[in-house]
Design a protein around this ligand. Structure first.
Ligand code: PXG
Length: 304
């Protein structure tokens, strides 16, 4: 995704110019990955802009920070209001990506993080599609998902993304669009930056939290959509071989939204086209984010 600069960034309590939102090279997080972040999307609709599941993202940010003992001196409401204000200050009306980050800044040198102050920043800028929307070709990575016993997968932590970066580089260099992680026990985990769902004989499956996944907000939204559509659904450990024999597969994520998986390790998924159930879920999702489902209006926060 390209970063499209805007006028203002919010940093440590103030709106600053884009070029002034900087950190020192001795920032703790730059050396040791001691930061946590979020990825949030805002959708244009009816001449307005709507942030998708804003408070749920902020709650996850606060929980990620709690795991790494980083105190955030703002409430959920204050952070939500700041994001809305940032979008307004930048006059953003198109599809946007919002990136809040909480990190250990300049302080002491060394692994003990407690001497480095907590910094917080929020950026918001226009974006397009993340993965090719029509569908992607993926590989299972030779890198295993970091197990929760080594690094909590519930926290969206900066350092943890080195695991995803290794998998992503391997996938790209071998000609695939994205990588899928197998967990430490040999079960399917998730994509480098997406959760995964499979469909077989009309039944939908997704790996459980115990497969070292990030509990995605899009994943949660899709689980609610599945229940509304009435398909049988199971959250259970999934074998790698099930990925090769399923009828449909798709990724979910803030950036990926709902992206059909058309090929896995050079094996065609189903008939090689986005599946019927995948399309149905995707359509429902896009109706929600474009304000066409009153029942889910509470997932959208109006900006203007
Ligand atoms: N798993 C992982 C490892 C993720 O990073 C998801 C699942 C999906 O979660 P949400 O809540 O978005 O449905 C994510 C999401 C980036 C980037 O560039 C981050 C994510 C996805 C794509 C890109 O930082 N995180």
């Amino acid at each position: 995704m390209k970063i499209q600069p805007v006028e203002y960034v919010w940093m440590d309590g103030k709106f600053v110019k884009w070029n002034e939102a900087n950190v020192h090279v001795m920032t703790h997080a730059l050396h040791y990955g001691t930061g946590v972040f979020e990825g949030i999307r805002a959708y244009p609709s009816n001449g307005n802009l709507y942030v998708f599941r804003l408070k749920d993202h902020i709650k996850r940010l606060i929980n990620s920070a709690k795991i790494y003992m980083m105190e955030i001196s703002y409430t959920i409401d204050e952070l939500s209001e700041t994001i809305l204000e940032l979008l307004r200050m930048n006059k953003l009306k198109e599809l946007c990506y919002i990136r809040p980050i909480v990190f250990r800044g300049l302080g002491e040198f060394g692994l003990n993080p407690f001497g480095s102050q907590i910094q917080i920043a929020i950026c918001a800028f226009p974006v397009g599609a993340y993965l090719e929307k029509g569908g992607v070709s993926v590989c299972t990575s030779s890198w295993r998902r970091i197990p929760d016993v080594s690094m909590p997968s519930a926290a969206k932590a900066c350092g943890g993304y080195l695991n995803s970066v290794l998998a992503k580089m391997e996938a790209i260099q071998n000609g695939y669009d994205e990588a899928i992680f197998i967990d430490i026990n040999g079960y399917l985990s998730e994509g480098a930056g997406e959760n995964i769902f499979l469909v077989k004989k009309g039944v939908i499956y997704t790996p459980p939290v115990s497969s070292s996944i990030l509990e995605g907000i899009t994943r949660d939204s899709v689980i609610k959509i599945i229940s509304e559509l009435g398909y049988p659904f199971f959250e259970r450990p999934i074998l790698r071989s099930e990925l090769y024999t399923c009828d449909e597969a798709f990724f979910t994520g803030t950036a990926a939204e709902i992206t059909p998986i058309l090929k896995v390790d050079n094996r065609i998924v189903g008939d090689g086209k986005p599946g019927k159930i995948t399309n149905e879920i995707k359509e429902f999702f896009f109706e929600i984010v474009s304000c066409k489902k009153p029942k889910y209006q509470h997932w959208l926060t109006k900006v203007y």
